[in-house]
Design a protein around this ligand. Sequence first.
Ligand code: RIB
Length: 315
Amino acid sequence: MILVFGSINIDLVARVASIPRPGETVLSPAYETLFGGKGANQAVAAARVSLPRRVAIAACVGDDSFGRSARDNLARNGVVVDRVASVAEPTGCAFITVDERGENAITVGSGANASITEAAAQGFQVDAAAVAVFQMEVPFPASLTVARHVRAAGGCVIWNFAPPPPAFAARDLSDLLGATDIFVVNEHEALAAATLLGCETDGFRKAGSHLSGSGCLCVVTAGAQGAFAFHPDGQSERAEAEPIRPVDTTGAGDTFVGVLANGLDEAMPFTHALQRAVRAASLACLAHGAQGHANARATRMMIRLARSTGPQSPR
Ligand code: RIB
């Protein structure tokens, strides 16, 4: 089973020629209201490639129409939503601008996501077969408590350090890494995390290798360059991205994490799980939005590709 402990948002997305600088206003002809939130995106990506009822999410939404539709959307995508609580705060909302190159800038109003506690994960059967997924859009102390619990039971913890909190202390990061099996970062997050641990570098490879020195496997996602995995024993490997022209990179990292979690849940060799996750993330960039219909199509394409090329079929 996979448990995603994390955020649920509604994404308000405007497409612009270029992302506004501080003090600048730009016009977009329209905006879209889409499903998002890193936790929700990861859960949906995992569920789309998993057997029924193998992926659950523990999260909070508001008692409002955004919250109800976000929960329904998760259930429609095969995510178990028993641990999604309704709270007094409004459902989290992300304000996203996407430019002509598919790059984005995101501001998240946390709302209900800030209300989650470790109690949200209660009742989830944690054992050596459990894979738990965390990110940084919900309170860190609650995530850390649940991650330690999963680790103590022999389960596998994947932690996506996104977005890196501005006031995160070195001690917090050490605690996080100490409770993590696989630490997933993009290039910027890798540098931020390595700097926090006292490694001054502007190269994500050195940062990733330094982070794996803490004892967990560090995966750095590097856009068109694919993903690089730095193992604690000093070995490293790379999975290449598909040669695509991105339409929208929003949620590509979340697709990566969700599909990687599924690979580990299905006991695939790590190298294969990594390649498959990179392929899924590449294909997710071909569609608008973090969980759009076309992303589901892209994920199905990815499964077909994995079946035809991978050393071990998903099923
Ligand atoms: O990773 C993309 C996600 O970040 C968006 O869906 C948005 O909700 C923010 O959480």
